[in-house]
Design a binder for this molecule. Structure first.
Ligand code: BTN
Length: 335
């Protein structure tokens, strides 16, 4: 099942009307008159609304009343009252897909897809960093955003760091807890991973054509089941689900909030205003100040994580030696 945010105007009109008038019963005739849609079409839309997991009560002589929304991140829910200029203003929803990242890559070169979001309920081939898997069961949040940035390649390495900061802020705004940022771009709570970020860059003669930002959030997932699958894999250090911290927050609140925070940070990057991003990331970081070990493609580096530099690389010092690490998996050795 796939939907987008712009191809179902009649259906969305009926749904929106039911959502904004959810304290009263609305007759099929009234809906038809107000929305200028035939009664047959109204009936068909209401049937589909119910099939998609919304609860619509119907009473003879009174009509219809929407009593519960769906928890699915349908594209019309994402775009509804979304306070951004372009991020998330176009959304594509898949109930099951191999990877939203692959799908976004396929759609990336269309200019009208700048800011578009590809979101899936379940990914069967979710991708993590460095060729790892990302387990994406129902209850998790998995999406990819297509971006056509104005900034140049030198800023690109900071983009994943900046995105993890935006997500940390969005979780703080909605859940009222502040996740730590584990370099390069994991979000953790009490040391357990709640989100991972993956960025694919499409280059065209040394210019950034597109950035694909993939975000996986353990929103309401079975932590034990994920641990069972991942515990033998390298770089696994623990997993946690956001729902453990507050069961009342709806996934849509977090996703919309993230798009707003991301757009703010993206505009700063476009203006090359990176200082605040680095200092805010550092404040939330669980890595800086710790003794760490990093597995890089050139071997292991041990030392104290001192800071991230202007392009997001981690600076590690050991005695009189300083290393700059651009990518790699990190283990925190000291608390
Ligand atoms: C990591 O921590 O290794 C990064 C995980 C990124 C997962 C997201 S889920 C949405 C998007 N689609 C994918 O296949 N991967 C990213």
């Amino acid at each position: 099942m796939t939907f987008n945010s712009f191809n179902n105007p009649g259906f969305v009109k009926v749904l929106k009307f039911l959502q904004t008038h959810n304290t009263e019963y609305l007759s099929g005739q009234d809906l038809s008159d107000v929305l200028r849609i035939s009664r047959v079409a109204i009936w068909k839309h209401i049937k589909k609304i119910q099939e998609l997991g919304y609860t619509v009560e119907s009473k003879q002589k009174l009509g219809y009343k929407l009593t519960e929304n769906s928890d699915s991140l349908f594209p019309w829910e994402i775009t509804s009252d979304l306070k951004t200029k372009f991020i998330g203003q176009k959304a594509y929803y898949f109930d099951t897909i191999s990877s939203t990242q692959d799908q976004a890559l396929k759609m990336a070169n269309e200019s009208e897809n700048n800011g578009s979001v590809i979101i899936a309920e379940i990914q069967t081939g979710g991708k993590g960093r460095d060729g790892r898997k990302w387990i994406s069961p129902k209850g998790g949040i998995s999406f990819s955003i297509i971006l056509h940035p104005k900034f140049d390649i030198s800023i690109t390495t900071l983009f994943p760091i900046a995105s993890s900061l935006a997500l940390s802020k969005a979780i703080e705004n909605t859940f009222k807890i502040t996740p730590e940022l584990k370099w390069p771009n994991d979000l953790t709570i009490k040391g357990n991973k709640i989100s991972g970020i993956l960025v694919d860059v499409v280059l065209e003669s040394n210019k950034i054509e597109s950035l694909i930002l993939g975000v996986g959030i353990n929103f309401n997932v079975d932590v034990k089941a994920i641990k069972k699958i991942l515990k033998e894999t390298p770089n696994f250090y623990g997993v946690s689900s956001l729902s453990e911290y507050n069961k009342k927050i709806k996934p849509i609140e977090l996703v919309q909030n993230f798009f707003v925070e991301l757009e703010k940070i993206y505009e700063l990057l476009n203006k090359k205003q990176t200082k605040n991003i680095i200092s805010e990331w550092t404040k939330r970081s669980s890595t800086i100040g710790k003794n760490v070990e990093v597995n890089t493609s050139d071997g292991k580096i041990k030392g104290k994580a001192v800071k991230i530099d202007e392009d997001g690389a981690l600076i590690i010092s050991n005695k009189n030696k300083t290393d700059k690490v651009i990518a790699g998996d990190i283990i925190h050795l000291s608390k």
